[in-house]
Design a protein around this ligand. Sequence first.
Ligand code: BGC
Length: 791
Amino acid sequence: MALSGAGSGFGRRTTTALAVLALTLGVTGGVVVAAGGSDDEQALAPSRKPASQGIEHKVDVLLAKMTTEEKLQQVQLLSDGQITDADAKAGVGSVFSLVDPEKINHFQHLAVEESRLGIPILFAYDTIHGYRTIFPVPLGAASSFDPKVAAADHEVGAKESALVGLKQIYSPMVDVSHEPRWGRIVEGAGEDPYLNSVMAAARVKAAQGTDYSAPDKVVTSVKHYVAYGQPEGGRDYNTTDMSEQRLRNIYLPPFKAAIDAGSDTVMCSFNAINGLPGCANTYTETDILKDEWGFDGFVESDYTAVAELRACPGVPNDNFPCGHQVAADAPSAAAMALMAGTDSEMVSKYLVTYGEELLDQGRITMARLDDAVRRILRVKFRAGLFDNPYVDVAKALDPASFGKPADLQAARDAAARSMVLLKNAGEPAPLPLDPDKTTAVIGPFGDDGPDMLGGWSGRGDDDLAPDPVTLVEGLRAQSNAEVTFTQACNRVNTFDPPNNANPPLDPEDEVCADDSGFDEAVTAATDAEQVVLALGETREMSSEANARSDLDLPGMQEELLEAVAETGKPVVVVLFNGRPLALPRVAASADAILEAWYPGTEAGNAAADVLYGVVNPGGKLPVTFPRKVGTVPLYYNHEPTGRPCSPTFKWNSRYRDLDTCKPLYEFGFGLSYTTFDVSAPALNKTSVKPDGKVRVRIDVTNTGSVTGDEVVQMYLHDPVASISQPVKRLRGFQRVTLGAGESTTVTFTLDKSDFGFWDNSGEYVVEPGEIEVYSGSSSELVSAAKTFTIT
Ligand code: BGC
């Protein structure tokens, strides 16, 4: 597992200089992974640089000149709607969500030229999967099992963000989640800490480059620190309560990976962890992040998270939320947050308002305030803001600056690589489609642009952004025969319910509320030679504050599928959604299912590439797809029990109303238009010292008749440990492209970061004994184990 929360000496050591080499390997026969390591190992290679003395000196000099008031301004982070000229002149630290380059320059000029010390403002934005050129949602990108997909996304996103004057992005979001009800599962890389770590590190390195003062680079903020992905009941912002071992083995590793990759900012989370909110948590913010990991950047609070520390009604009774009940009033909340390790306060203004008083009362210390300011200034110097504070407005307003052909191509490739083929049954199988046959595209998402972008889609909808390509547009562009479109039922895009609250949204009304258009759909299907049904969730059904209590397709979409399937025509379902869905009815009626997630700007083109077989699908699920919502949380890397699930025996860990213990589709699962054989692993030794290394070689052969991609997956299991270990843990993966009949060998290196685990006293332990190694093409489709012994 490289790094994953273990101390800096725990990473797999591969040199970044070899990264380019690895890109050129991995696609043809022969040994895929040479000395540089597999793509996952390359992504995880630590690249954090020690602080430069020059910058430290500049920070010291500046800090020494600052008044207390100026320091308190520096720790303030305002929204686009809050910032005023007076704030800029007073020396406010940062501003987020302001994206008009003229306004950015306006406030920056005031800060640099009219504030006493001329400290530039850091402008930030949620560039999560693209700014104007939108890439697949992160859960989709994780399905590629390809860190180069995540890297391409953040490279383009950073460039387009920096063009308008933004220098910080609130990404990557690395919250491991076992909660499909939670809408924000779409923003991360799914249920596995290792996959999340690899994608996080790749995103950070791509956005920051080796020096984020470069004009096309930005500083990343990894979020939401920490364990935000496991809210009780799947409801956003809700309580998280977990053991130390689980926190460290599952939730912290992607943050550590992002920090080791160089991420210089972190966002603390809304949720309480074992009773203490993320932005008031000394243990996670200071003890682990800053002291244990040596993080010298800064932590900003999430939106009003400092105010939310208060009991209700809030004191003072301002417009900010309250509710965690760990602080009596605003000054107490400010003191708690700062002293726990939060360096910058988003939206609420308690430090700037009460800071002087808190210092006088000894409730916060000048040493800690100085530390917070020092961290913020350090990032501003590293970002080059003192040398280049302004944005080139003409360039920022030029439509030609965005959606450049190469970037659109990268988005299209990323989207196609992120799609997962879940089913393709029949003789002949319905996919790939035949471009010479007529096609009926049916369903609420078939000619839908906005939903293709998914949630948190930056400025992907505005006038300077390229238009999203719909599914039917993409298919028509590649078809030699007629492609018809029948929407069949409604789709309502409701982001904000009235008053943000009432009445609760009913997904049954938002998509396919009735069957009045089904006859037309059946006629269209009957008249065509091939049928594609575009089903899913609106993009408003996932992302922040969008939990669902059901995981099926909303509305009458399943009935629509069944009506169309009754025509006897083979039906291909393409799914656009932001969470794992419970799809037994879809799997029963559809002949083929392609999980497309929200593919981004190039959605229709990428989907057409895959549906016509121009691109052979090679994505794999980064999350378990359950059969029923009642079975969640359901995840592959669960711990064993004394009574493991068996559907045929009563006294065990099963559901009495389910005849199987298995999910519908497991983590790591995905089909292809070809077939592969993945060999059992070969180990270069059978025993190893705790600080030794084991090399694992896995052969993979394309046994079918067309070129395709396989993701070779390596899992470990510790069968006897002092605390129960997950039944399987992903510890290595490599996506390879092989021609028909071609073989290659993938090589992984295991070390102590893979052998051990964190225990409940916060210690990383490597215990003597056997470790099982599995290889395969999903978390269930694995070889027999090979073992080595730690001596
Ligand atoms: C979200 C963050 C986001 C912030 C700023 C919050 O509501 O939780 O993910 O970065 O808003 O937009």
